[in-house]
Design a protein around this ligand. Sequence first.
Ligand SMILES: Cc1ncc(COP(=O)(O)O)c(C=O)c1O
Length: 396
Amino acid sequence: MTDKKYDFDQILDRRNTCSLKWDFCQKILGVSGVIPMWVADMDFPAPVEVVEAIKKRAEHGAYGYPFIPESFWNSIIKWMKKRHDWEIKREWLSRAPGVVPSLNICIQIYTSPGDKIIVQSPVYYPFFSAVENNGRQIVKNPLIYKDGRWQMDLADLERKIDGRTRMLILCSPHNPVGRVWGQRELEALAEIIVEHDLLLISDEIHEEHVYQGHKHLPVAALSSEIADRTVTLTAASKAFNVAGLTTSVVIISNHKLLNLYNTQMENLGLTTGNIFGLVALEAAYTYGQDWIEQLVEYLEGNMDFAHKFFEQYLPQIKFLKPEGTYLALLDCRSLQLPQPELNEFFLKKASVYFDQGPIFGDELEGFERMNLACPRPLLTEALQRIEKAVAQFKTR
Ligand SMILES: Cc1ncc(COP(=O)(O)O)c(C=O)c1O
């Protein structure tokens, strides 16, 4: 750790910067002055080393096809070892313009139309569209919400696997329920995957945002058997707020699976990459350790702050503190507002915009997903707005 202290309290004006999160509310929903707490990006600038690396490359002026240097791959290898104690090899690595594109590629190359693919709902909704839009069948293995915690239902999973089942898409850590899966859970899941000869696509994009008492475990690091049938998808994009630079990482130790993946990348003309994304990832993974540690501490502070606020001033809404990710579920069922009115209520009466729970699955009817990756003064303002709107709603 260096002594440098980052100031995450600074408000960054992101309006009119081609920001989906900020400009959507005004330009598409037609409501101004909204605090956007929906799509998963952060209201913090990337670490200064990342910004400087991009500036330096931009100043060069020529932006022809990139050649990916070995230092790019080495930065990923070192980061995975340092942060996740995972020894990966250069020959396991590939990349993509994003986790969602590579998820779609995996479905296209490793399964056939009509095959069954399991998702653990409620879950990041592009998992559903990736399966359906590619003509595969979704099989839901819903998570169970028990004693305030979401858990995998492995008995249900085993019952649902049949001769047509080919793949399971894991979200680890899990968006939107915020679970950081423990070793036992992952081992039990891996055992089922191996026993039934399935492929595991593990989306680990939220792996850097994990709170005290929890540790992210890359599922492919558990054993060689599970590694042999796992494709790990990750990126520096959530961690360092560089999603607009369209660069993600693919880790596959099984060379047959990797060759298939790389062939499809070539077919789609996707092998070169975004020059700024390459520069940003390398700078983030080379210099970003200190920044990320302080950021995670700050984000956990936001979680605790919001948790207390809801308990004290808004007990009608239950804040489910996540174990990881900067996203939290709000259980708003006691307001008895069906969707989409619930979402409209927060937008129109409180001027905050959330993602509606049911877009992640029917299991989240009556829930909203709140993105807390913002400076605390902005979070405070949002919470006060919600408190006021709910107080007025109660006295209607
Ligand atoms: C679980 C998960 N996977 C993937 C993504 C998006 O990844 P990408 O922008 O690399 O396609 C998100 C963004 O919210 C996410 O939450």
